[in-house]
Design a protein around this ligand. Structure first.
Ligand code: UD1
Length: 417
């Protein structure tokens, strides 16, 4: 297993190019079984979760090639309909093949994802909504077995604006008979990117990006080309990297509009963020001061940036708080940050952070994707050496992070544990 070894205290200077969005690429690739013709995707990040997704498409019978940032998918005349547990357990987003398989094949057998490090994360809202469209589900040997004739349009009101649930239903409804209306739908930019991809393939969708999405089913979707949006969470992470090291970074390909809540919180904390012809420039505009953050569905502050902003708060003046409202167990980075000298206490869904002047490097353990990013950020700012173990979590979602960071002056190397 690999670890990252960081000698902290070096301000980052230079330009970082933001990669394609993991969370947009996953559903957009998993929508491939819906199309009749070949698909060409651009701006696909080279990440472990993307390779897992391509493996799943191969298991379903589609052939794929991945060169640089381009993925080609060739459709299959007959699809398999099983997503095996070995794959689903490594990537929960595999459950997003349920909607496309039911819509295209009338049959799907997808391993039920278990709990994950950040919480229980059930898929009950996906299943209830698909049932409204005519699917029937059984749970057998740990697998969700779904069957249907052609899915029928339905009026679905989600109990909670679930991102994956909205994506699954959006894909399923494209080939359903009649109109589907999704209310209380998630509004994340990655959902709009999925909708734009489906529209480019011939789907009839309106209202994406709002909480009411209308889909008129069509008989088939064709192939085509599509470029994935840039990764707003990766961009937000590098914004914190510039601020926490007192550096000066330009982010190319940065989706600034989709980062509104993060940008306004960082500005409140004393971080300058401005658009320039070269890209988005990030540097401190004053002393860092603490803030209060609550994670919320988009357009609120993203839970996927909670761990990273906490690292910054550890080094900001005064006290701040975080309220995590999306996941029930997303504070596993706290004890690791405390090992570096951070002053944080957790009570239920709230974390209280008292800023300190310095962090001191230590060996720490990554527990999930964004927790790993927060430890890298803290390590970049800490005095001495921070060794982050279980870095495979980071490889799921950040393309060449240590290469990008070393390119702007960080002292960071990957080593064998
Ligand atoms: C997606 C993102 C993830 C992000 C999350 C919230 C991808 C691949 N992953 O995850 O990075 O952190 O959105 O922005 O895009 N829930 C239920 N029942 C359901 C579905 C969800 O109770 O059927 C609960 C979950 O347990 C969780 C909350 O709703 O507590 C949010 O889940 P959801 O919005 O569905 O997130 P994901 O699609 O899993």
């Amino acid at each position: 297993m690999d670890k990252l070894v960081i000698r902290g205290g070096k301000p980052l200077h230079g330009t970082v190019r933001i990669s394609g969005s993991k969370n947009a690429a996953l559903p957009i690739l998993l929508a491939a079984p819906l199309a009749d013709g070949p698909l060409e995707y651009a701006n696909v990040p080279r990440l472990r979760d993307i390779f897992t997704t391509l493996k799943l498409l191969n298991i379903l019978g589609l052939s794929t090639t991945f060169e640089q940032d381009r993925v080609l998918v060739t459709p299959a005349s007959v699809l398999n309909h099983e997503a095996p547990y070995d794959l689903v357990k490594t990537m929960r987003a595999s459950v997003l093949c349920l909607g496309p398989l039911l819509a295209r094949q009338g049959r799907a057998r997808v391993a039920l994802p278990g709990g994950c490090a950040i919480g229980a994360r059930p898929v009950n809202l996906h299943l209830t909504a698909l049932e409204k469209m005519g699917a029937v589900f059984d749970l057998e040997e740990g697998y969700i077995e779904g069957r249907c004739d052609r899915l029928k349009g339905a009026h679905i009101i989600f109990d909670f604006p679930t991102v994956g649930g909205t994506e699954n239903l959006l894909m399923a409804a494209c080939l359903a008979e009649g109109r589907t209306i999704l209310e209380n739908a998630a509004r994340e930019p990655e959902i709009s990117d999925l909708a734009e991809f489906l529209i480019a393939m011939g789907a009839k969708i309106s209202g994406h990006g709002t909480s009411i999405i209308t889909i008129d089913g069509v008989a088939s979707l064709h192939g085509g080309r599509y470029a994935i949006m840039p990764d707003r969470i990766e961009a937000g992470t590098y914004m914190v990297a510039a601020a926490i090291t007192d550096g000066d970074l330009i982010l190319e390909n940065c989706p600034l509009r989709e980062l509104d809540a993060v940008v306004s919180k960082l500005r409140e904390m004393g971080v300058g963020i401005e658009e320039t012809p070269a890209g988005v420039r990030i540097r401190r505009s004053s002393e860092l001061v603490n803030a209060d953050v609550a994670t919320l569905p988009y357009p609120g502050f993203p839970t996927d940036m909670q761990a990273q902003i906490m690292a910054l708060m550890c080094l900001a003046r005064g006290a701040g708080s975080i309220k995590e409202t999306i996941f029930e167990n997303r504070y596993m980075h706290v004890q690791e940050l405390v090992r570096l000298g951070a002053r944080i206490t957790v009570s239920g869904q709230n974390a209280f952070v008292h800023g300190t002047d310095r962090l001191i490097g230590a060996p720490v353990m990554a527990s999930d994707l964004r927790a790993s990013a927060s430890l890298v950020l803290a390590g970049l700012a800490a005095r001495g050496t921070t060794a982050i173990q279980r870095v495979y979590h980071l490889d799921r979602g950040y393309e060449s992070m240590e290469v990008k960071l070393a390119g702007v002056g960080a002292d960071i190397v990957r080593a064998r544990e």
